[in-house]
Design a protein around this ligand. Structure first.
Ligand code: GUN
Length: 296
């Protein structure tokens, strides 16, 4: 392997330490801690793990956590009612509704019901529009984490050719907006893109966010490119019954060609929670009429 390994764990710890300092200063100034409410509907084990680790990180940063666990049979009206109550609750600065929601609930409707000022996932159309137009926004945590790693690795990314593989509202689209904001030249590739390997071969920066295990091969990577792997795919391991986590990039192949690459796990993943904490303390400042914290 020739590529440098991008250490997402260390980067996330550094952000979380700075968030904790900003939280302490906020408490001194306002007499209260920033609050994050999480809502989990149903019993999906992976979602439960994510929400639990978000709750734990919230406490470790000195913030208030409000965890709401609802049964799978919760109606859309009941969920919207809870969102309304959290919108009105002054202790709550951030509201996170864990996705995916059960099929009988209209996800877009729930996201649209969240107060944009408390939308720490950055999924509300108001925040998506603000990001796209270059206004202050709450920025989706995973692409924000990817940008943080890229800037740490490259400094300026102005003028670089970036390819984002995947066009989801959660990662691909906001990622492209962030890269444009940094003056990169951006291509968004997706399932209908022709000659995807050739498109990726042009890129100085590759962001893989498709959710297909090891789809991006080593010979798609331009020598010296920086590769950010957003994929978290559980696949059968060699041993019986076991599973292992792999990204959207064939790591061993790509690491021979890239200049730097994120591992899975330990790459982008830890940044997502760090950025959620960052967004929550930023939302708390804005809601209290304070300037955005300089340290974040
Ligand atoms: N499900 C997968 N990723 C996310 C995320 O970033 N936020 C929420 N709320 N749900 C998710």
């Amino acid at each position: 392997m020739t590529a440098r390994l991008i250490d997402g764990k260390a980067a996330a710890l550094d952000i979380r330490r700075r968030v904790a300092e900003v939280v302490a200063a906020f408490r001194t100034r306002t007499g209260r801690s920033p609050g994050l409410a999480t809502i989990l509907v149903g019993e999906d084990p992976a979602s439960a793990v994510y929400v639990r680790s978000k709750g734990k990180a919230t406490g470790e940063a000195g913030m208030e956590g409000f965890s709401h666990q609802l049964t799978e049979s919760t109606s859309e009206a009941q969920l919207l009612d809870l969102v309304e109550r959290l919108n009105a609750d002054d202790q709550v600065d951030g509201i996170l509704v864990q996705l995916p929601l059960p099929k009988h609930i209209d996800t877009d409707r729930v996201i649209a019901a969240i107060d944009p000022a408390k939308d720490v996932d950055g999924f509300h159309p108001v925040n998506a529009g603000r990001l796209a137009t270059g206004l202050d926004a709450l920025i989706p945590c995973t692409p924000f984490g990817c940008l943080h790693l890229l800037k740490q690795e490259l400094g300026s990314i102005a003028g670089k050719d970036a390819v984002v593989i995947g066009r989801s509202n959660i990662v691909g689209k906001p990622m492209a907006m962030l890269l444009i904001g940094e003056s990169a030249t951006v291509t968004i590739a997706h399932s209908k893109t022709r000659d995807l390997p050739d498109v990726v071969r042009r890129a100085d920066i590759v962001i893989a966010a498709v959710g297909r295990p090891e789809m991006v091969r080593g010979d798609w990577i331009k020598p010296g490119a920086v590769v950010i792997d957003v994929g978290i795919n559980r696949v059968p391991a060699a041993e019986d019954g076991k599973t292992r986590l792999v990204g959207d990039v064939a790591f061993d192949e790509a690491a021979k060609v890239a200049s730097a690459i994120t591992p899975v796990p330990g790459g982008v993943g830890p940044l997502t929670i760090a950025m959620l904490l960052r967004n929550t303390v930023v939302a708390a400042h804005r809601r209290s009429g304070l300037a955005d914290p300089q340290a974040l």
